[in-house]
Design a protein around this ligand. Structure first.
Ligand SMILES: Nc1ncnc2c1ncn2[C@@H]1O[C@H](COP(=O)(O)OP(=O)(O)O)[C@@H](O)[C@H]1O
Ligand SMILES: [Mg+2]
Length: 384
């Protein structure tokens, strides 16, 4: 675990990080995000012992970073910078070997590991081992940079905007690879970006930094749903949540107070409730508000009025749990069946409901900005 406790860092007398208190768990994919100059690189460098603290403490697994020796550092922390940060006068092999030499690994071990690392980042060792960085594309250089950071097998890998100079296709490829490497080796990754999409794609937790302070540190889902302030909101952008429909859940968009009836009441009473509320189906619950099922008007017509309503429950409906994502809801609902989609808790308690029109209304919010009063009439023109 990496623990920051009230860390302050200043360049000369200008404070750059203020009061940073933070715990990064082992195996976490932790993403730092914020506007240029907010202190992301400074925070990352401090973990790699590249900057002294003005005050506060910083430790890795209980060991103060200031006490870690230069030889031990590559075994604890790997570091990838934006453009790969390779030494131009050294071959790929020499570049990757560097951290292992500092860590005093044996020659044979280093040689074997260079090849293993190159294969890990999908570069053929026989082709690339002896090439110089200038002979490689940006994406290949970045792969070598990653290979170097992983070479001494550190449990922590720091990555400072590693993909920001790459074209979108290579970028997406490397994002997938780093996601895979992180999961496979259970490394702790601290990753800096200024790209919210990248952060959402990769992060277990996102840490938003503004002017050297942490303003919010939470899961992507919670950041998208509950941005802490205007700065975070601007970073997220208006429609970001909608680009990630797996973070929108039934409980977020359901309507409350569905029309329901408690078991033991009669067909006559059910039909009265339907007529009174202008609906053609009712949700049937028990006395603890557990959902028992659904009855439809068409199934009650002509039946004995004194029968209890649960005699006529239909099989022809689906319920979703509050945690179900919009994506799953949309892919599982049966467009042929009309009516309500009850939303239930894990234990089956009725929480609310969705209808196809409520789903449509919710989804259309992504395209239609909230309108202010007095703007409700007029001609709607296509925007492009
Ligand atoms: N070596 C340095 N000397 C003086 N000021 C610096 C130095 N490095 C960074 N800064 C300043 O510290 C602030 C934070 O920088 P940095 O951590 O690099 O931000 P970020 O990575 O978020 O863009 C910026 O205002 C930057 O100008
Ligand atoms: Mg930076």
């Amino acid at each position: 675990m990496i623990v920051f406790d009230k860390v302050r860092i200043a360049y000369k007398d200008r404070p750059v990080l203020n009061d940073v208190t933070l715990k990064i768990e082992d195996g976490e994919f932790f993403v730092l995000i914020g506007s240029s100059g907010c202190g992301k690189t400074t925070l990352l460098k401090s973990i790699n012992k590249l900057l002294p603290l003005k005050s506060g403490s910083l430790s890795i697994n209980g060991i103060p970073v200031k006490d870690v020796t230069v030889q031990d550092l590559p075994k604890m922390v790997g570091y990838v910078v934006q453009s790969g940060g390779l030494f131009p006068h050294m071959t790929v092999e020499e570049n990757i070997a560097l951290t292992m030499q500092i860590a005093r690994m044996s020659k044979g071990e280093i040689q074997e590991r260079v090849d293993q690392m190159l294969r890990m980042v999908n570069l053929d060792p026989d082709i690339y081992r002896n090439q110089y960085p200038s002979q490689l594309s940006g994406g290949q250089q970045q792969r070598v940079g990653i290979a170097r950071a992983f070479a001494a097998d550190p449990p922590i890998v720091l990555m400072d905007e590693p993909f920001s100079a790459l074209d979108p296709v290579t970028r997406s490829e490397l994002q997938n690879e780093i996601h895979y490497l992180h999961a496979k080796d259970k490394k702790t990754v601290v990753f800096v970006t200024h790209d919210m999409d990248e952060a959402i794609k990769l992060a277990d937790r996102i840490c938003m930094i503004q002017n050297g302070r942490i303003v919010q540190c939470d899961t992507p889902e919670n950041i998208l749903k509950h941005p802490a302030n205007q700065y975070v909101m601007e970073f997220i952008g208006a429609n970001r949540l909608w680009a990630n429909p797996n973070y929108i859940r039934a409980a977020d968009i359901m309507r409350l107070h569905p029309i329901c009836i408690v078991e033991g009441r009669t067909v006559i009473q059910a039909m009265q409730i339907m007529r009174h509320n202008g609906v053609d189906s009712l949700l049937v619950v028990d006395k603890k508000h557990m959902l028992l099922g659904l009855v439809r008007l068409e199934d009650l017509i002509g039946k004995q009025g004194s029968d209890v309503v649960e005699t006529y429950l239909t099989d022809d409906y689906i319920a979703v749990e509050g945690e179900t994502s919009l994506k799953e809801i949309i892919s599982t609902i049966d467009y042929g069946v009309s009516g309500v989609i009850p939303v239930i808790s894990h234990s089956g308690v009725l929480l609310g409901y969705l209808t196809k029109s409520s789903l449509l209304a919710t989804m259309s919010k992504q395209f239609v900005p909230e309108r202010s009063e007095g703007e409700r009439s007029g001609v709607i023109c296509p925007t492009n």
